[in-house]
Design a protein around this ligand. Structure first.
Ligand SMILES: NC(=O)c1ccc[n+]([C@@H]2O[C@H](COP(=O)([O-])OP(=O)(O)OC[C@H]3O[C@@H](n4cnc5c(N)ncnc54)[C@H](O)[C@@H]3O)[C@@H](O)[C@H]2O)c1
Length: 243
């Protein structure tokens, strides 16, 4: 059990990539705390051993404080996975309202700043993984605010790696198209979702969409001893999309 006795916090744990990461770390023996704004996160421990689900809206600093006070003891937090994110109505800059811009910044970026700062008070040594996106690297049509938040996550990762080594390693994973609720939402906005899914698969060198587990494996690797000399890096996991 590679992660036996390790304390791991994962955000956006109720579905998709976050849930797959919860399963991966718990399966390796870690004590996992899964945070999500969805109330059904509270029952995640019914199905998965060693997991505590906590309902917390990460855009609300008071909820973050109450949450951490509720479960963090004096022990070290070994891993933090900042995974929660949204992309509700992708648009170009000119079509993005200030309210939407602010909501994306709050959820995808400022929440990471707030939670990470609070968790690091309990992390003498460990590993932090931030989930960005290939849209931070490639530029994407009608995704100005989302891509901006994901690009900033890469910059934050690099800055933190320099500030907090050697005790704390900070890395970033950029997923491509992964079959989750977020991706289904994207497809539902397309004129022909079936055709769009097929089109994406056909353009990928690996000819299939990502599974949440593909990303969870990459996250797990970066937090493991096998990655002990890796920090400040961006690992792209996209079926070859950016090749
Ligand atoms: N699915 C993809 O194709 C894809 C591609 C690139 C990057 N990503 C990124 O991967 C991460 C996970 O996305 P996913 O695809 O698993 O989507 P998902 O919608 O299945 O999961 C996201 C989770 O984050 C939670 N969340 C959102 N806002 C929150 C908040 N304020 N407080 C607490 N929890 C909150 C949601 O409730 C949800 O459970 C996101 O950061 C996303 O931007 C996804």
């Amino acid at each position: 059990m590679m992660m036996q006795g390790k304390k791991v916090i994962i955000t956006g744990a109720a579905s998709g990539i976050g849930l797959a990461a919860v399963r991966k770390f718990a399966g390796a023996g870690a004590r996992v705390f899964g945070l999500d704004r969805k109330p059904d996160i509270a029952s995640i421990g019914d199905d998965i051993l060693n997991v505590t689900g906590i309902c917390c809206d990460l855009t609300d600093i008071s909820q973050i404080k109450t949450t951490l006070d509720g479960f963090l003891d004096d022990g070290n937090v070994d891993v933090l996975v900042n995974n929660a994110g949204i992309n509700p109505s992708p648009s170009s800059l000119t079509d993005t309202s200030e309210a939407l811009w602010q909501r994306l910044l709050d959820t995808n970026l400022t929440a990471i700043y707030r939670l990470t700062k609070a968790v690091m008070m309990h992390m003498q040594c460990g590993s932090i993984i931030n989930i960005s996106s290939i849209l931070a690297l490639s530029g994407a049509n009608r995704n100005a605010a989302y891509a901006t938040t994901k690009g900033a996550i890469i910059s934050l990762t690099r800055a933190m790696a320099r500030d907090h080594g050697p005790a704390i390693r900070v890395n970033c994973v950029c997923p491509g198209a992964v079959e989750t609720e977020m991706f289904e939402e994207y497809l539902s906005r397309c004129e022909d979702p079936v055709r769009e899914r097929k089109r994406i698969c056909e353009t990928l060198p690996l000819q299939r969409l990502g599974k949440p587990e593909d990303i969870a494996e990459a996250v797990f690797f970066l937090t493991s001893g096998s990655a002990s000399w890796i920090t400040g890096q961006v690992l792209v996991v996209d079926g070859g999309d950016s090749a």
